[in-house]
Design a protein around this ligand. Sequence first.
Ligand code: NCD
Ligand code: ZN
Length: 346
Amino acid sequence: MTQSLTIRRPDDWHLHLRDGAMLAGVLPETARHFARAIIMPNLVPPVVTGAQAAAYRDRILAAIPEGMSFQPLMTLYLTEDTNPTDVAAAHASGLVTAVKLYPAGATTNSASGVANFDNVRGVLEKMAEIGLPLCIHGEVTTHDVDIFDREQVFLETVLHPLRERTPGLKVTLEHITTSHGIDYVSGADGDMAGTITTHHLMINRNHILVGGIKPHYYCLPVAKRREHMEALRKAATSGNPRFFLGTDSAPHSDANKESACGCAGCFTATNTMACLAHVFEEEGALDKLEGFASMFGPVRYGLPPNEETITLVKEPEPVPYPAKIDTGDGPVTVFDPGHPLYWRVA
Ligand code: NCD
Ligand code: ZN
């Protein structure tokens, strides 16, 4: 029996598109299904100024294939030298939808991120004043904190004090991986929201480590214990508008993943909607998928939800998804949930 589900066209509130040949290779995978996405600024060098964001936006627009529609929502990479006036101007002109905070050294291309949070106070206060949201990679980078505890420690030692100091600042805790992150966002005031990735709803740390190391499941924040994955699934399918989709689809070439020092990132753009339909069906919550993928993000960012729709169809046989996509920067492995997927976007 064929089952189908029509929802408003989704948006992705955390996406890595890279640049150049990689951008050209991966952009169609997102634009095929998603209308808009928050574009991460962690290029080399990072997208720090309004001028850099405008140039990057134009490169993305130029890479959209004929016949596809897609709107990149640009972000600025927060550094300790970021100028509040430049940020405000980029926001006022409609160029920039959010500012991204990477703790220095937390993840891929985060060396220019923030080490001393006192040095970004002026920018954060300006953002609170003008209503510009801050997207946060929520992990401490202290060497003596275990990598599996870095999100939890960040909530207590960085995020909470930062929010206390900057009342009115809208904060999105991105790619939540722990029940602690879910509890923090659920329990905070309305300025707080959180995104959840596709892969963190489907994998836990066993997937990375049991039976041999699986580099394509390695991402940051790293997947935690199964009980945390269960908390994420519960939050994502709960219908709580504080939680919405940010895939964190993060392409790296296979050569860079399958290495003695492999890059962090799961590439999920190609089969994200099929994976989400699978998870929401398993949780008996297909009716909550539209809120998570298509409604709560726009509401949060003060944008209208998309008018177009997509239809998800459940096939009687597994739907074949490509194991890899080819890019001018080499093959990129598509996220493998470890079991067949029966859903596809019609
Ligand atoms: C991201 C990347 O590759 O740029 N990697 C990842 O594992 N998620 C960076 C990030 O979002 O942390
Ligand atoms: Zn990311």
